[in-house]
Design a protein around this ligand. Structure first.
Ligand code: CP
Ligand code: NVA
Length: 318
């Protein structure tokens, strides 16, 4: 094997549960502390302690990205390190070199890898052969890095911890919802998800969060999910890699977050969307551009969340 660490000691972030409840809270504390400590520094200036000076992250993309790509690059600069952003199609991976061999080669070149992949199983296969940390930058199964930014955004705007809150999800039972459900299990908040028949979240994520004591409810009507919620979240009806078919569009029509739906949530409820948004589909302009929307802070917080996750993966946070 290449690399200096043994595979057994390497920290991978494939799902949020890899961090554990205490670790997730420490990651959130770290993200917030670093954000506050920057005091308006230019975005490319390193943090005072430059904790990852000399370290290199490779970010590998099989699918498009704006936020994940930029936030990981800026995160590494602010931590004092550097980043390579790579398209899988441009690597030998695109013409048949195996994932396992690619993982062994990356392990000899860089200190950590972030991967956005079509198949979660490919990220697991990469991690199994890597001797450096592997972070999941979105798969068909989950999007853990996004949810750390979401948690941070909600806590900052609400002025309290997410523990005990009620989050409403409206739409597809997809990768983003899976990571929210994991976070609910780790931090102890309730999720009510309204999904059309056949588009519910994976039962494994639901069962695991319930086993940790979280209340996870899957309902059909968006109104039932949103009633009394502290946070309302939605996402695209058609994720990357899914076909944009008429059946899907028809099924999701009643799942638009609009002012009438938001009016059922608590008056101080926050609206989240990981972006990119499809205005007029899963959310109206009036909601995403309205006073309850915190989507721009949510996107900007990706940098701070990514920094804390990189520090966790590289063993700088317990
Ligand atoms: N939310 C998110 O992951 O955005 P990108 O697809 O632009 O990275
Ligand atoms: N569910 C969406 C999230 C995009 C950031 C997708 O997978 O395309």
């Amino acid at each position: 094997m290449t690399g200096s660490a043994s595979a057994a000691t390497v920290r991978h972030l494939l799902n949020l549960s890899d961090i554990g409840p205490g670790g997730l809270r420490r990651v959130l504390d770290q993200a917030r502390a670093r954000k506050q400590a920057r005091h308006g520094l230019p975005q490319g200036a390193p943090d005072g302690d430059a904790p990852l000076a000399g370290h290199v992250l490779a970010s590998l993309f099989e699918k498009p990205s704006t936020r994940t790509r930029i936030s990981f690059e800026i995160a590494m600069r602010q931590l004092g390190g550097s980043a390579l952003t790579l398209s899988a199609a441009d690597l030998q991976l695109g013409r048949g070199e195996t994932i396992e061999d690619t993982a062994r080669v990356f392990s000899g070149f860089v200190d950590a890898v972030m991967i956005r992949a079509n198949r979660h199983s490919d990220v697991e296969a990469f991690a199994a052969c890597a001797t450096i940390p592997v972070l999941n930058g979105l798969t068909d199964v989950s999007h853990p890095c996004q949810i750390v930014a979401d948690l941070m955004t909600v806590e900052d705007h609400a002025g309290r911890k997410v523990d005990g809150m009620q989050w409403a999800w409206v739409g597809d039972g997809n990768n983003v919802l899976h990571s929210i459900i994991e976070a609910a299990g780790l931090l102890g908040f309730a999720v009510k998800a309204a999904c059309p028949a056949g588009h519910e979240p994976d039962e494994g994520f639901v069962a695991a969060a319930r086993a940790r004591g979280a209340s996870i409810t899957i309902v059909r009507a968006p109104e039932d999910a949103v009633a009394g919620a502290d946070v309302v979240v939605t996402d695209t009806w058609i994720s990357m890699g899914q076909s944009d078919n008429e059946e899907r569009r028809a099924a999701f029509q009643p799942y638009q977050v609009n002012p009438m739906l938001m009016a059922l949530a608590r008056p101080a409820a926050l609206f989240l969307h990981c972006l990119p948004a499809h205005r007029g589909e899963e959310v109206t302009e009036s909601v995403i551009d309205g006073p309850q929307s915190v989507v721009w802070d949510e996107a900007a917080n990706r940098v701070h969340a990514q920094k804390a996750l990189l520090l966790w993966a590289l063993g700088r946070i317990s």
